[in-house]
Design a protein around this ligand. Structure first.
Ligand code: FAD
Length: 318
């Protein structure tokens, strides 16, 4: 089986999920190819090769500096046509999901989005895809002659640490770099904030924190744990925090090692975005709050007292 990973870069640096894709591909035991598109892709390709990216295809062009779905999909389509992979893997990140919807359409391929496992018997592939908020686990396979496309949920696979590979510099038809859409610049919404979907620790706040004036205590706890700040939709809608922090059905799907839910009731629309977190700690004054049904550890009490006390303890411990 031939597997083509679509690695991505941001600001000229490889995303953590690029290495996770390699690990996912390794678990299938097939022939691994990894594609990296960038303004200058050579060094990134060498890095991917040294992490087990197999045959790493590097394409460099100024038009590839930012992820532009239109251009990226045309380039990927050409590479797919040349290398004929059976499986094309991307990350279920903000960029990956956007890219793969268009790519699968362009290739006429089936797409399984946000998968949590892949298995192969050598010829065919079967993926696991949670749906209906995780209450249904679908096993999806494909027997079409077109490549099967899938985006892999972030932080499910570890980052590939080592391995062998070789770099192949490729070019594609110049028309692939033409687009009616130009991405001129990208700005991070909250400078310095950790990327929520890549964070190992997330401290998330809900309506139980009472008001935007109490967000600094959430930032302090997150900072003391080296983590990022998440939020329920209730406090995003209330205008206490930017949408980029929202976790859940209409926000981000996260999978950190530790998720601390502060004053969050545990509505299903929130749970679907965080319930695969490795450890969940819930702080809520209502002992019957649904969040406790999925929490590994629960603290019943007033968040306004508990959060600063925890932060103090963590700071002392460091
Ligand atoms: C189509 C759709 C999509 C949605 N998408 C999302 C989504 O992506 N993400 C999301 O989060 N929601 C989403 N929602 C909204 C969701 O249904 C809930 O309304 C929302 O998650 C509730 O947010 P919350 O837990 O912060 O607030 P609440 O449900 O009001 O819960 C507040 C909690 O704080 C506790 N509390 C109160 N005071 C304290 C205190 N002093 N100390 C400790 N605890 C305290 C309370 O006991 C309560 O459990 C969506 C809804 C719909 C219909």
């Amino acid at each position: 089986m031939k597997i083509l990973n679509i690695a991505l870069q941001k600001d000229g640096k490889l995303t953590a999920s690029s290495y996770e894709l390699i690990e996912a591909a390794k678990s299938l035991g097939g022939e691994i190819y990894t594609l990296i598109l960038a303004e200058n892709a050579s060094e990134l390709a060498t890095d991917l090769a040294s992490h087990g990216g197999g045959k790493v295809i590097a394409i460099s062009n100024p038009a590839l500096k930012f992820v532009n779905d239109d251009i990226y999909c045309k380039v990927i389509k050409e590479i797919v046509g040349k290398y004929n992979p059976d499986l094309v893997l991307g990350s279920a990140s903000f960029y990956g999901k956007s890219l793969f919807g268009r790519l699968a359409t362009l290739l006429g391929s089936p797409l399984a989005s946000d998968i949590t496992n892949i298995e192969s018997d050598g010829d065919s592939v079967k993926v696991t895809r949670p749906s209906h908020g995780g209450s249904v686990i679908a096993k999806v396979g494909s027997n079409t002659s077109t490549p099967f496309c899938a985006t892999v949920r972030m932080k499910i696979y570890a980052e590939s640490k080592d391995g062998n590979g070789e770099v192949v510099e490729e070019t594609v038809d110049a028309s692939a770099f033409e687009s009616k859409m130009t991405v001129k610049d990208m700005k991070v919404e909250s400078a310095g904030a950790l990327n929520l979907t890549e964070a190992d620790v997330i401290v998330a706040a809900g309506r139980g924190i009472k008001g935007a004036e109490n967000l600094p205590m959430i930032n302090d706890l997150a900072e003391s744990l080296g983590g990022a700040v998440g939020a329920s939709r209730a406090i995003v809608d209330a205008g206490w925090i930017a949408y980029s922090h929202q976790v859940g059905q209409t926000g981000k799907t996260v999978n950190p090692k530790l998720y601390v839910a502060v004053g969050i009731s545990g509505a299903i629309q929130h749970l679907v975005g965080m319930q695969t977190s490795k450890n969940i700690v819930a702080i809520n004054k209502d002992k019957d709050a649904p969040i406790f049904n999925i929490a590994n550890y629960g603290i019943v009490g007033d968040a306004l007292e508990i959060v600063p006390a925890l932060t103090k303890k963590f700071k002392e411990a460091l």
